[in-house]
Ligand binder design. Structure first.
Ligand code: THU
Length: 156
């Protein structure tokens, strides 16, 4: 039998990489609620420079949902992504002890869009065990935050 000469990457198993990572299963109805909130917030995006509207929603450990959209600026670097808008809004209302169980991200182009590197680090700060739902290269996808951000930074 012909053997492929390279090692084929196996499915990422967080348990194998970080014993502190637990499985955080989000029920389908919670996922759908999150996605609906993300889509609704997306409509409020301020994206006149990229014309790329993004919506995000987070589910907290206490079952509350907070949504956000991207807010761009004429000084491009000042742009805030939808994910961070949602997270900062949750912190503003609940305080910094709030924990993120899940994040959903949507965009108005129906194209692949996973959280950017900066947002992954911010998700990790409040949700080291968070499940992230997003549009992957081959359709809707779900990843553990540690899979998107291995060795996330923590100030200890
Ligand atoms: N953007 C987000 O809001 N979230 C993402 O996950 C990826 C990118 C925004 C930033 C900017 O306003 C626009 O999408 C284009 O990069």
């Amino acid at each position: 039998m012909h053997r492929f000469p390279f090692t084929i990457a196996r499915r990422f198993d967080p348990e194998e990489h970080d014993s502190a990572v637990r499985t955080n299963t989000i029920p389908a109805n919670a996922r759908e609620r999150l996605l609906r909130s993300a889509r609704k917030a997306m409509k409020n995006a301020h994206a006149p420079y990229s014309n790329f509207r993004v919506g995000a929603a987070i589910l907290t450990d206490r079952g509350k949902i907070f949504a956000g959209c991207n807010v761009e600026n004429a000084s491009y670097g000042m742009t805030n992504c939808a994910e961070r808008t949602a997270i900062f809004s949750a912190v503003a209302e609940l305080g910094p002890k709030m924990e993120i169980r899940a994040v959903a991200v949507t965009n108005d182009h129906g194209v692949p869009c996973s959280p950017c590197g900066a947002c992954r680090q911010v998700i990790y700060e409040f949700g080291p065990d968070a499940t992230v739902f997003y549009e992957g290269a081959h359709g809707p996808k779900q990843s553990h935050i540690a899979e998107l951000l291995p060795e996330g930074f923590r100030l200890k």
